[in-house]
Design a protein around this ligand. Structure first.
Ligand SMILES: [Fe+2]
Length: 165
């Protein structure tokens, strides 16, 4: 598909972000199963549910766009992050180290999403898509809150680790 206008670029980016959210919803569920720290586990389960909601918002934006891509949404970027996450988690031999690795890969995925949302929000502004902006900003806020929460859990876990080593 040729992208020669901002609306077509915007629709392609929203479509790819939809692919990322769907992949990440499943990935966060898997990470929650692999995590030992109770709060980390809860944060991942709740972000998996949020990701499903984020995907629904993106799908509703695509429904309203003039020329949405027809193919199944995919995200090579998110798929790459997940392959990296898988390798890291399987390499971690200790539950505490695995938790720290999980926080690292989950935060990397969230920052990928945060930058993607900042980009599409800027384009939605340029296109005057005010309803889209509200939906995208609601998601961006949730991504930031989850990232913040995960960074606090990681910090607490690191402090606990420092006390026992
Ligand atoms: Fe998300």
């Amino acid at each position: 598909m040729k992208l020669d206008t901002l609306p077509s670029l915007y629709a392609a980016e929203i479509h790819e972000l939809l692919g990322a959210e769907r992949l990440l919803a499943t990935a966060f569920e898997k990470l929650a199963v692999a995590a030992s720290h109770v709060e980390l586990c809860q944060a991942l389960v709740s972000h998996a549910a949020e990701s499903t909601r984020h995907a629904e918002r993106l799908a509703s934006i695509l429904d309203e766009s003039e020329n949405p891509p027809r193919r199944r949404p995919t995200s090579p970027g998110a798929a790459g992050l997940l392959a990296e996450a898988d390798a890291r988690i399987h390499a971690a031999g200790d539950a505490h180290v695995r938790d720290l690795a999980i926080v690292g890969v989950a935060r990397r995925a969230m920052h990928y999403e945060i930058v993607s949302y900042l980009t599409v929000i800027a384009w939605a502004r340029a296109l005057g898509r005010n309803e889209d902006i509200l939906l995208l900003e609601a998601t961006l806020d949730e991504e930031r809150q989850s990232d913040d929460w995960l960074s606090r859990i990681a910090l607490a876990a690191l402090h606990a680790e420092a006390r026992v080593t």
